[in-house]
Design a protein around this ligand. Structure first.
Ligand code: ADP
Ligand code: MG
Length: 695
């Protein structure tokens, strides 16, 4: 029998494989490119491509593709075969350095937000040397960035890479200034926990709304919801277990350390968490993970729902982004150290984070948002749309003590808190036990957990934003530290900077219940923004401060930011359009006919009984007749409002949120009302109770 982990990484052309198969100089040249210290020349690229092709063909690959991430949030690929006719008509397998490095997919079918109108329709993909090449099915997949003819990013990877670069420079500056001169670069570590629902494929197939929109557009509550909490950490059903086994094996082959798997709170809801890796790879791997979850589910007669809110009335799904910054020699800059100097550094990085978040709360909120997440953020489900940070009482105490200036009483005995920058913070609990699960940004010992992300989203943009705002914050700190001669003075100054930051930004700290209505009021009092919807939050991309943030760090150009806003608004409008049309179609083709059939049944019965007809039947006839009228009326209202939406994409988005969503709700209310009593004989759409308790 095959040993469980024997296949680990077998489908990735990773560093070890490179080292084994490439001539030494070629390997070293690749390493230099990865470390941003050189570019690949043609002979090197040819040598790598050749080794890659042999490796891939040994594993059955016949095609290659430039795998990229257009701004739809998903991934795209166009397969080319290795096969080429030779001079004498024989079949050759060819894969050159040029084919590895650069591709030219037809860009016109991907959103560009107007970037293309002004330039050319062409787009190029370029190999991202920092993310390993892998094989899926029979295709060698090459992670790439996707840019326009004139170099604008048409994807989410290029800006992420640029943001990591900007952060690396800023973080390294601060680390060097604080005395550690050995550090030459920094990277981010990211661990993405993925929540999802699994349902029976048959139910999925019978629901047009799930198929078209990923969520149920109506559905009365099941008699049982999640009140018994019996799903959470309950035993995993056998069918699901078989599914998970295969998912794990697929992920392991791709070198993804899928680690924890467990049931979530809601029935049919599960979570998968990999071990963290560097940010760029983590984001790519999460895209792959989502794809594998979907495809494997299909094989097992299941459907994997990655939508943020597939079912009303029970928890939705999110993606938790665990984020830390590490140096090239492996130090985690959010980890309190053992030495006093490391503790000062820790305080500087935590303070930089407070400032970054408090300066750009709306941008952060937006980065974690999408159409589907509107049913969670700011709706009746946590986390709230208000950005705040939870540090845990221990670290909060330390910050406040620092702020109050106790540390300046050096040598005095009566220090009131455990904090003393000289003796250090070594007893900070590395794993905070007092977890706060209601906070959108929680410090968890040596990393921040950004808990707002929608489950279906690419984690690319949220990390781009975290990097950008941290880079700016750290650069400002570095500017203040630069030019100070003695290290001791640098450190004093650093603590001073922390004190000022705490003074200016402590309003962002909150350790109470983020789900409570008191917090909404308190946040308002503190002046923290509470943006209701995703579409509203996208306005922040036009904000001068945000534009300056991205352009000054060379992460996005103004044109790219404008294009992004257009793309997001178009996408919102398109998704909502699909939802509206799907709802109308199901209502008219399935629901109303069922109501009519049922009405027919009861009226006929009433007719044959005449005088002795039970009042239940007579009432039901009346009820159904009213319901039919009201349902059709609600449909018409929705249809009319939708067809008279304004054309301007931004105005349209807002109108959809403000006017169309409530009208969809009205249609839904009628259907849900019907579902509560509908006869199973006439109404054949799978109910919540059937879907959620089938596994
Ligand atoms: P919980 O469900 O309590 O939030 P999990 O253990 O399920 O926690 O997930 C934590 C995630 O954080 C995992 O993906 C883990 O690999 C990741 N992680 C751990 N340490 C770090 C770190 N230093 N930087 C980034 N991610 C980390
Ligand atoms: Mg988590």
């Amino acid at each position: 029998m095959e040993k469980p982990f024997e296949q680990f990484g077998s489908m990735v052309f990773g560093e070890k494989e490179m080292a084994d198969r490439l001539p030494r100089p070629v390997y070293q040249s690749w390493k230099k490119t990865v470390a941003n210290e050189g570019t690949l020349d043609r002979p090197t690229a040819d040598a790598i491509a050749h080794a890659m092709k042999l490796w891939a063909m040994e594993r059955g690959a016949t095609h290659f593709t430039h795998w990229f991430q257009p701004m739809t949030g998903g991934t795209a690929e166009k397969h080319d075969s290795f096969l080429e006719p030779g001079a004498n008509g024989e079949a050759l397998a060819r894969f050159s350095g040029k084919m590895l490095i650069k591709g030219e997919p037809d860009a016109s079918s991907f959103p560009s937000g107007g970037l293309r109108a002004t330039f050319e329709a062409r787009g190029y993909t370029y190999w991202d040397v920092t993310s390993p090449v892998f094989i899926r099915d029979n295709v060698l997949c090459i992670p790439t960035v996707f840019v326009s003819y004139t170099g604008e990013a048409l994807d989410r990877k290029e800006p992420l890479l640029k943001s990591i670069h900007a952060l690396s420079i800023a973080a390294t500056r601060v680390v060097n200034l604080l005395g550690d001169k050995d550090v030459r670069s920094c990277d981010i570590s990211v661990g993405l926990e993925q929540e999802y629902f699994l349902i029976d494929r048959e139910h999925f197939e019978k629901r047009l709304d799930l198929k078209m929109t990923g969520r149920t557009l109506f559905g009365a509550a099941a008699p049982k919801r999640q009140e018994l909490d019996d799903h959470y950490f309950g035993s995993i059903p056998a069918r699901v277990s078989a599914f998970m086994k295969e998912v794990n094996s697929e992920l392991w082959k791709l070198g993804i350390y899928a680690k924890t798997e467990h049931n979530e709170v809601a029935p049919c809801q599960f979570e998968l968490a990999p071990v963290f890796s560097n940010g760029n790879v983590a984001v790519d791997q999460n895209q792959l993970t989502m794809d594998i979850l979907r495809k494997t589910a299909e094989k097992h007669g299941l459907a994997c729902l990655l939508h943020e809110k597939p079912f009303e009335g029970i928890n939705g799904s999110g993606k938790h982004d665990n984020y830390s910054i590490i140096t090239d020699d492996g130090q985690n800059l959010f980890a309190p150290g053992d030495k006093p100097s490391e503790n000062i550094r820790f305080l500087v990085f935590i303070s930089a984070f407070l400032k970054a978040v408090d300066t750009y709360p709306i941008l952060l909120r937006m980065s974690a948002s999408c159409t589907g997440n509107d049913h969670r953020l700011g709706a009746d489900e946590a986390p709230p749309a208000i950005i705040s940070i939870y540090l845990g009482s221990y670290i909060e105490d330390i910050l406040y003590t620092l702020y109050q200036g106790h540390q300046s009483k050096k040598g005095e005995k009566e220090i009131t808190s455990p904090f003393n920058p000289v003796s250090g913070l070594s007893y900070i609990p590395h794993d905070n036990t007092d977890r706060n699960r209601t906070s959108p940004l929680a410090f968890t010992g040596n990393k921040f957990e950004f808990r707002m992300l929608g489950s279906s989203m690419s984690a690319s943009f949220p990390n781009t934003v975290l990097n950008a705002i941290m880079a700016e914050s750290l650069n400002e700190i570095a500017d203040q530290l630069e030019g100070i001669k003695y290290l001791q003075d640098v450190r004093e100054k650093a603590l001073d900077i922390c004190r000022n930051i705490i003074h200016d930004h402590k309003r962002i700290l909150f350790s109470g219940d983020g789900y409570s209505s008191e917090w909404v009021k308190e946040a308002e009092r503190r002046g923290l923004p509470n943006i209701r919807s995703f579409i509203e939050s996208t306005e922040i991309l036009s904000d001068p401060k945000v534009r300056n943030l991205f352009t000054s760090l060379d992460i996005y150009s103004d044109a790219e930011l404008r294009a992004n806003r257009v793309i997001l608004a178009e996408r919102y409008s398109n998704i909502m359009g699909i939802e509206v049309r799907t709802l109308l179609e199901i209502t008219r083709k399935d629901v109303l006919p069922a109501m009519c059939e049922e009405l027919g049944f009861y009226s006929e019965t009433a007719g044959t009984m005449a005088k002795g007809c039970p009042s239940f039947i007579r009432n039901r006839v009346k009820e159904l007749a009213d319901l039919i009228d009201e349902t059709e009326k609600a449909c018409e209202k929705l249809e009319n409002a939708y067809s008279s939406l304004p054309a301007d994409i931004f105005v349209r988005g807002k109108a959809i949120y403000d006017e169309i969503s409530p009208l969809m709700r009205e249609v839904r209310n009628q259907i849900d009302r019907y579902e509560e009593k509908a006869s199973r004989r006439f109404y054949r759409i799978p109910l919540y109770e059937e879907i959620l308790f089938a596994l």
